[in-house]
Design a protein around this ligand. Sequence first.
Ligand SMILES: [Fe+2]
Length: 278
Amino acid sequence: MQYFVQAFACRNPYPDKYDMLMDIATEELGHLEIVGATIQMLLSGINGELKDAADRADFARMFGSKGNREEFIHEATLNPQFGVLTGGGPRLTDSNGVPWQGSYVNANGDLTVDLRSDIAAESRAKIVYEYLMQFTEDPYVLETLNFLMTREVAHFQQFEAALDTIRPNFPPGVLQSDPRYSNLYYNMSEGEDSRGPWNEGKSVGFNETWQYVDDPKRQVDRTNGLLDTEPTGTDRTLASVEKADKQLGKKRSAEIDSATPLEDIQWSRYAEMAEEIG
Ligand SMILES: [Fe+2]
């Protein structure tokens, strides 16, 4: 659903990514079919037994082995609503019964942001499948989960490659951020202070030198509450950033405008195709 929603906003500026997002969104619907079919096959028989309402059938009987029966009773005790509300079919809820909701969809019309959300979503999905695989020994379920996990890894790489084709893609959006504060690291704790590429050496985005502020309180006192801070460890200045903001704003806007016709906007090519056919 997220990829469908994102696709609409990028249809005109990035038709190639529209195609990719729609392709992957459609594939994900296929994954819903796989998950739904798996649930249905695992719970095969429950619905028929529930329909035997006149007999008040003990439908736990159909699970054959004692182990299966006990497992189902355990599940039904934990989440009786699942059996009662679905009759054994899939539901659009999480395992706690919380309904799926639109707020799960992240789409904000800047493709570099949307693609980063998608990379995060694929990462989460991958690790959920990895965890799920530890909850079953059924070889067919394992095969299914492994396939779904593998496709998330494929999508992860596709989104990463798509992000790489948009240049520049850091920082997201247009405004370049204030060089007085972009490379400061505040040491807010006492005791063991860890150092690493997140607070020493060069930053990966702007290639600025990280400024480690060992005593943030003293720095605030010394700089009039940060207002008197000067850019340090960076080639960027307030003036150069202002210039870059304006240049990139014009460039991005022109890219999108040139990709988006001002009039006769058509979503489909049906009219054109009809003319071609005659
Ligand atoms: Fe995926």
